[in-house]
Design a protein around this ligand. Structure first.
Ligand SMILES: [Zn+2]
Length: 327
């Protein structure tokens, strides 16, 4: 009798285990395209990952310091590039490019690294870069070169939002929201808060709408896409792309419930259209920490997640920034 009961219980338990698909509680069900936000891609591209450390190229030098790049030649509009200064007895390094003042951070290899960011609307063509190296004895040297900004090859998208959100098609609403955020992302914190693992996707799902797109809303308002969209449903956890400090939270007309994180040295990331925000202004967050839950607040045509990044005060392609090797 006892043996029969044990066999019966084993079969019941096995039945329950087989009926629950593995990972069903963790992975969101794939939403139908019409619910997934803006212009969903039909064949999702592989999720972006961080590239290995690239080769370094000498650009210019004097007898005390050298300027190096991790790329050759050109910077497309909306992209970020890494610079390195090598030398002995360096106290600090600053650069000036496209009206941006860039502070370099010291790394474990005794070199200094800095980020260049080309705005999506930056004029194409040759642009002077001036790097000021200050030594421990207070003397300075200037390393000067030019870099070419090239066309970012952005796409055009038509977006229709519901008539109930028609009041968000006022260009002045867009301008004042951007001005508010840009006053924050222009602040430069001399503290590197990301770690050696670099940046991660806030939601592990397909990218549906690219950075920089020229967008026409309901056939009238023309804007630019300041970030990239990720497919999601309501209430999916949104993770900080790296460590940092919460620089802004609040309900914005276009971005809805929004979180903005300062990662230091001019790098910021923003998380938009959330249902619920789980952090407060001033909080320190770790890479992967849940900062909000995805939603459809603000100017949306359905649930989707808008992820944006700024470097040195300008919006840059978050996917390209994630892929970049960073010390
Ligand atoms: Zn978006």
């Amino acid at each position: 009798m006892k043996t029969r009961l044990i066999i019966f219980c084993t079969f019941v338990l096995l039945g329950i285990l087989l009926a629950v698909p593995i990972g069903a509680q963790d992975s969101p069900t794939e939403p139908p395209p019409e619910e997934s936000g803006l212009d969903p891609v039909t064949t999702p591209a592989p999720l972006p990952t961080r590239e290995p450390r690239p080769a370094v190229f000498a650009v210019t030098n004097d007898d005390r310091a050298g300027l190096q790049t991790f790329f050759i030649g050109t910077v497309p509009q909306g992209e970020t590039r890494l610079l390195r200064v090598v030398g002995n007895d360096i106290e600090s390094v600053r650069a000036s490019w496209l009206n941006e003042e860039i502070a370099f951070w010291p790394a474990e290899d005794n070199n200094f690294y800095g980020l260049l960011a080309a705005a999506m609307e930056a004029p194409t063509g040759s642009t002077p870069l001036s790097v000021v190296v200050t030594y421990t004895d207070s003397t300075q040297s200037i390393l000067a070169t030019t870099l070419d900004i090239v066309n970012g090859a952005f796409i055009v998208q038509n977006v229709n939002i519901p008539a109930t959100k028609g009041y968000l098609l006022d260009a002045s609403v867009e301008r004042s929201e951007l001005a508010r955020l840009e006053s924050v992302v222009h602040q430069f914190t001399l503290e590197r808060m990301w770690d050696a693992d670099g940046f991660q996707l806030p939601i592990l799902n397909a990218l549906t709408s690219p950075f920089g797109a020229f967008r026409v809303f309901n056939g009238t308002l023309s804007t630019r896409h300041t970030g990239a969209d990720i497919r999601t449903t309501l209430g999916i956890p949104v993770q900080a792309m790296a460590g940092g400090r919460v620089a802004y939270t609040g309900l914005l007309p276009i971005r809805g419930n929004y979180v903005l994180i300062d990662h230091g040295y001019g790098v910021y990331s923003g998380y938009a259209h959330c249902t619920e925000v789980l952090v407060d202004y001033g909080d320190l967050v770790e890479r992967g920490q849940i900062v909000c839950m995805s939603g459809d607040t603000g100017r949306t045509q359905g649930p989707h997640f808008h992820w944006e990044t700024a470097v040195n005060g300008v919006w840059v392609n978050p996917v390209q920034l994630l892929q970049m090797w960073m010390p």
